[in-house]
Write a protein that binds this ligand. Structure first.
Ligand SMILES: [Zn+2]
Length: 396
């Protein structure tokens, strides 16, 4: 699934009417959520239909919209209960419509939606080449949003056939707050990330919040400044992730490589999830955005993605397998005298994990590298340090 996302402009219907409809929809979904939340056991879709359909119809919702409402509410409750969360409270003004209540005309960049008895025609404001990519593909639903500043957003998930090619090589990516380190078996390439810039803005916002402790909530000027800082910080992360994703995916596609990422989800869940320091929170957010951006772009261009277990990627020597000794971020191998920084070690180890996963050959660490030319050949003396070529690359 790939989602078309665009800002919209109303060609028919007024913003007030659209807001009103979305408000009613949100209220209806919340009503269903509240009702379902009280139940010990979640009813089936059919039972939900029995419970809510008539009530929703009485409020003027169209038949398929009713279905969307209780299905969506049910899904929200289900996931909240699974995660052991609190009762969900909807904040966004949005509505989901299926093909019976929405029309998508990509030729004219138009979306027509019916909410109760009102019709809204929305022009998609996005460049032609972007819209073009989705032409002729199947879509499932249309999601309409109105944000706080009154902008309309349209999201349409399209079916996408992801047929990744068979990779000849791999590019391993060590994701770090300050830089991304890529290793393709020959070269280490570093790209500076702009996440520290985003963190700086967050710190600014936090300082203002601390300094004006309670007043900032009431003071319009301060509130506006704080919100703008958070938003800019977020935009830096999102934009940069997208740019980097494009860069790495194109690079992988050109060399018919797979992209390898560490699967960090579980790691965070276990350890630093509790940590609420600004840097930790932002780095989790940044990593997730980056991963999301890379995966989305990879799907779009049929580039294979491999996730590897992050265990030991920075603590074991990539050449001989001995445990590394660290001096700050510099790793020194007591076995083979390799000296490299932490991120480089990470990227190289991620690389070997993926190579091993792609061509599993039983045996020692030496045999798993048959596809790779930089690995020590069996004849190479073990204590000769490995040569790593480092190319710096600033990514703006
Ligand atoms: Zn070593």
């Amino acid at each position: 699934m790939l989602t078309l996302k665009a800002q919209g402009k109303l060609m028919e219907g007024s913003l007030e009417e659209l807001r009103e409809e979305l408000y009613l929809t949100r209220r209806a979904i919340q009503y269903v959520i509240d009702a379902l939340w009280e139940l010990d056991k979640l009813p089936t879709i059919n039972q939900s239909h029995q419970m809510f359909y008539k009530t929703l119809r009485k409020q003027g919702f169209r038949a398929h919209q009713c279905k969307q409402i209780y299905k969506y509410a049910r899904a929200i409750v289900e996931s909240a209960k699974e995660n052991g969360g609190k009762k969900p409270v909807l904040k966004k003004l949005s509505a989901r419509l299926d093909k019976y209540d929405a029309k998508v005309d990509l030729e004219n960049q138009l979306v027509v939606v019916k909410l109760r008895n009102k019709v809204f025609r929305i022009k998609l404001l996005h460049r032609r080449s972007y819209i073009e990519k989705f032409k002729g593909r199947k879509w499932y639903e249309v999601i309409i949003n109105v944000d706080r500043s009154g902008r309309i957003w349209v999201c349409i998930p399209f079916r996408w056939c992801y047929e990744p090619y068979k990779p000849g090589r791999v590019i391993a990516l060590d994701v770090n707050f300050k830089k991304m380190v890529a290793y393709n078996g020959r070269k280490v390439r570093r790209v500076s990330a702009r996440f520290t810039e985003a963190l700086y803005l967050k710190h600014l916002a936090e300082n203002i919040q601390k300094k004006h402790s309670y007043a900032w909530r009431r003071n319009k000027k301060w509130f506006g400044i704080i919100r703008a800082l958070h938003r800019r910080s977020r935009n830096i992360v999102v934009d940069w992730s997208r740019k980097f994703a494009k860069y790495i995916v194109f690079k992988a596609k050109r060399s018919r490589s797979a992209i390898v990422l560490e699967n960090l989800e579980r790691l965070w869940f276990n350890s630093s999830q509790k940590s609420s320091s600004l840097a930790d929170k932002l780095s989790r957010f940044a990593y997730r955005r980056l991963q999301h951006a890379v995966v989305t772009k990879a799907i779009e261009y049929n580039v294979p993605i491999i996730f590897v277990n992050p265990r030991g990627t920075s603590s074991v020597c990539p050449t001989c397998g001995a445990k590394l000794v660290y001096n700050h971020r510099l790793a020194i191998c007591p076995g083979c005298k390799l000296v490299a920084d932490r991120d480089t070690v990470g990227a190289i180890n991620i690389y070997f994990k993926a190579v091993q996963a792609l061509a599993p050959c039983p045996g020692s660490r030496g045999t798993r590298s048959m596809t790779d030319e930089t690995r020590p050949k069996s004849g190479r003396p073990k204590n000769e340090p490995m040569t790593i070529y480092i190319h710096s690359y600033k990514f703006i």
